[in-house]
Design a protein around this ligand. Structure first.
Ligand code: NAP
Length: 271
C-alpha cells in the first residue's frame, strides 16, 4: 500500500475548491506537509488565511453559485498550470459545498437553488471543463459527498439530495473513465468539526463530539483512499456502519428513521 506521501506525490498539481476553511483548508495543509512541491490552486470566495508554514496557494476568487464564474476562472487556472506545473498528473478536489436545515423551503427557495448550484452544478461544470487536461496528463477527480448521500434526509432534504447526486455521479464517472488514466473517488464524511453547521443554521457542536471527526481526520482517510485506488470512501467507522445500515433498510423506512434522528437537531436550530 502506498504511504500518504506517495499517494500525493503521484500528482504535480492540485486544483481544489473550498480551501478557505474546514476540510479544504486541511487538505491544503496536509498536501504542503507531505508534498511541498505540488502546485496548489484554490477556488473559493475567500482566500485561505492562517495556513500553517509558508504555504503558497494560487487563489482564484470564485463564487461557485454564479453560473458564469467558472467560464472566467478556468482559463486562468489552465494558464497557471501550463506555466507552473506543465507536466504530471493533476488532482481535482471538488470540495466546496454547504447545507441548510429546516422545513422546505425554509429559509427561502433561493438558499436551496444556491445549494444546488454550488454542490452540484459547479462540480459537474468544473470537472467537465478540466477533464480534457486530466485525460491528457492523467489524474483523479476527488469529490466530497457526505454520509447524507446514503438515505433521504428530512429537514435537510435538498442537501442530502445534492450529496446523493455526487455519490451516484462519481461512481458512474469512475466506470466511464476506466482505461483513460483518470479515475474518480467520492469521499463521504459524517459530521465533521468545521464551519459547516453554523452555515447550515445550526449551533456549533449540534452533533455530539463523540460522533464527530476533525477535518484533519477526514483528509487523512481521503488521502489513504486515494493511495489505495478506491472509488468510494466513507470516513470514520461509525459512519461506515451508518451507511451500511441505511443501505439495508427499505428507502421509505430509512427516510422515516432519518426524520426522527435529524429532527432532534431542531433544538439546536438558530434561525
Ligand atoms: N462538516 C461536515 O459535517 C460535513 C459532513 C459531510 C460532508 N461535508 C462536505 O464537506 C465539504 C467541505 O465542507 P466543510 O465541512 O469543510 O465546511 P466549511 O468549513 O463551511 O467549508 C466550506 C467551503 O466551501 C466553500 N464554499 C461555500 N460556498 C461557496 C461558493 N458559493 N463558492 C465557492 N466556494 C464556496 C467555502 O469557501 P468560501 O466561503 O470562501 O467561498 C469553504 O471553503 C462540503 O462539500 C460539505 O458538504 C461536510
Amino acid at each position: 500500500m502506498p504511504s500518504l506521501s506517495e499517494a500525493l506525490h503521484e500528482f504535480s498539481a492540485i486544483v481544489l475548491t473550498g480551501g478557505s476553511s474546514g476540510i479544504g483548508k486541511s487538505f491544503i495543509e496536509l498536501t504542503w506537509k507531505l508534498h511541498p512541491k505540488a502546485v496548489i490552486c484554490n477556488l473559493s470566495r475567500h482566500k485561505p488565511e492562517g495556513l500553517i508554514g509558508g504555504i503558497t496557494v494560487h487563489h482564484f476568487p470564485c463564487d461557485l453559485s454564479q453560473p458564469q464564474a467558472l467560464s472566467a476562472v478556468v482559463p486562468e487556472v489552465l494558464g497557471l498550470l501550463s506555466r507552473e506545473a506543465p507536466l504530471g498528473r493533476v488532482l481535482l478536489v471538488n470540495n466546496s459545498g454547504f447545507g441548510g436545515y429546516g422545513r422546505f423551503p425554509d429559509p427561502g427557495v433561493g438558499h436551496h437553488t444556491e445549494m444546488i448550484d454550488v454542490n452540484v452544478r459547479a462540480v459537474v461544470e468544473l470537472t467537465g471543463r478540466l477533464l480534457p487536461l486530466l485525460r491528457a496528463r492523467g489524474g483523479c477527480v476527488l469529490t466530497v459527498s457526505s454520509l447524507a448521500a446514503f438515505q433521504p434526509t428530512p429537514w435537510t432534504a435538498t442537501y442530502g439530495a445534492t450529496k446523493a447526486f455526487l455519490l451516484s455521479w462519481s461512481l458512474a464517472l469512475n466506470e466511464e473513465l476506466r482505461g483513460t488514466g483518470v479515475r474518480a473517488l467520492v469521499v463521504c464524511p459524517g459530521p465533521t468539526g468545521t464551519n459547516f453547521f453554523r452555515r447550515a443554521g445550526l449551533l456549533q457542536g449540534s452533533v455530539g463530539s463523540s460522533l464527530s471527526q476533525s477535518a484533519d481526520q477526514v483528509v487523512l482517510e481521503a488521502v489513504r483512499a486515494l493511495g489505495r485506488g478506491r472509488s468510494v470512501a466513507v470516513t470514520g467507522w461509525t459512519n461506515r456502519l451508518g451507511a451500511a445500515l441505511a443501505g439495508l433498510l427499505p428507502r421509505v423506512l430509512a427516510a422515516r428513521l432519518a426524520r426522527i434522528v435529524l429532527g432532534r437537531y431542531r433544538l439546536k436550530h438558530v434561525r
